[in-house]
Design a protein around this ligand. Structure first.
Ligand code: F6P
Length: 369
């Protein structure tokens, strides 16, 4: 277990300080980013403090901990984030369709920067949190971004950490589902995360030996899904594994959503619908499994640890170079910087014509379209 981090002292500091926070949904690899940022800060002569519970930790009463070498030792392999995170809070406001941060919140944040003598702030987050980081940058705050999402849906970076850990979880689930499905000659429908981008479904399905993969980017037809299952079983296959992304939908159909108690629209339930349609059309026994937050929990894979370490190191270097308003991006196996603004402009989605989709088709995977 990692030692409980100490609270940073408020004093007349000579040493320059950097702040870091994790915001939005958690993701395996966040602690590896914190560890790498801590070590790089120390090397470059900075003190690193971590704000608790996302941006909220910036507001009075400020909530932060010192992220020195001791506090971040032994955390690289741990899932979640030792800083805590939130999906919503006082920084997220809208004026019509435009995101904004209220003047009062900006004023309090400015005060925190002064109180703590903050030289820069690293925001580790997905598109929503990076939009907030961009607004802070536009308001004059020295901010640097680190992209984080298991969905891998940010166009400005070719890969984010967290995806590979989720893919590993999907592949492992398929390995397990395969043995039981084959024993009972059943069809299994596995629902995985991916609201608008089907990277987890595509990579997890490919790695886990799925037979049919249904993606948000490729609307499917039930008739084609059913025909594929019947064809497989005629050819002697004992089971069929279907992977469906939570955001996938049939041609001319809608995404499946559940209403939460707070009135929020949350994706989910597509596996039950797909299972019912398959059972009705083929007469086969179908079972469903929803992986849900198992994909986000647990420790990062070795690939995600390496990626997260690179993101953490580069973020501190960008602060040291004064490259505020930029975000670390992974391109062509190199960590580079791009404007945060570019990361929140366009979503990275699976291209149906891409080589990976063609490879999947070549090994007999159907996309139901
Ligand atoms: O964006 C990451 C993600 O894991 C999505 O794949 C998923 O739909 C969503 O977050 C779940 O969010 P929450 O943890 O708030 O239910």
């Amino acid at each position: 277990m990692a030692a409980r981090p100490k609270k940073a002292k408020h004093s007349n500091i000579v040493m320059k300080r950097i702040g870091i926070l994790t915001s939005g949904g958690d993701c395996p690899g966040l602690n590896a980013v914190l560890r790498a940022a801590s070590r790089t800060s120390e090397k470059l002569g900075f003190e690193l403090i971590g704000f608790c519970d996302g941006f909220e930790g910036l507001l009075p009463p400020e909530s932060h901990i010192l992220l020195d070498r001791h506090a971040t030792s032994g955390i690289m392999h741990l899932g979640g984030t030792i800083l805590g995170t939130v999906n919503r809070g006082q920084f997220i406001n809208r004026s019509g369709s435009r995101r904004m941060i209220q003047a009062e919140v900006l004023g309090k944040t400015r005060q925190t920067f002064q109180n703590l003598n903050l030289h820069g702030l690293i925001v580790v987050g997905g598109d929503g949190s990076l939009s907030t980081a961009q607004l802070l940058h536009e308001a004059g705050f020295p901010v640097v971004g680190v992209p984080k999402t298991i969905d891998n849906d940010l166009e400005a970076t070719s890969m984010t950490f967290g995806l590979n850990s989720a893919v590993e979880c999907v592949a492992e689930a398929l390995n397990r589902l395969h043995t039981t499905a084959t024993s009972h000659k059943r069809v299994m429908v596995l629902e995985v995360m991916g609201r608008h981008a089907g990277w987890i479904a595509l990579q997890g399905g490919l790695a886990g030996g799925a037979d049919i993969i249904l993606l948000p980017e490729m609307p499917f037809e039930y008739e084609k899904v059913a025909a594929e299952i019947e064809h497989r079983h005629r050819e002697g296959s004992k089971s069929t594994l279907v992977v469906v992304a939570e955001g996938a939908s049939p041609k001319d159909g809608k995404q499946s959503c559940q209403q939460t108690t707070t009135g929020e629209r949350r994706l989910g339930g597509i596996s039950e619908i797909v299972a019912k349609e398959i059972a009705e059309r083929t007469g086969k026994e179908v079972r469903t499994c929803v992986l849900g937050h198992l994909q986000r929990g647990g420790g990062p894979t070795t690939l995600d640890r390496i990626l997260a370490t690179g993101f953490g190191v580069k973020a501190v270097e960008l602060i040291a170079e004064g490259k505020f308003g930029s975000m670390v991006s992974y391109q062509n196996c190199t960590f580079v910087d791009v404007p945060i603004a570019s990361a929140v402009q366009k979503m990275r989605r699976v291209n149906p014509e891409s080589q990976l989709v063609q490879i999947a088709r070549s090994v007999g995977i159907s996309f139901g379209n």
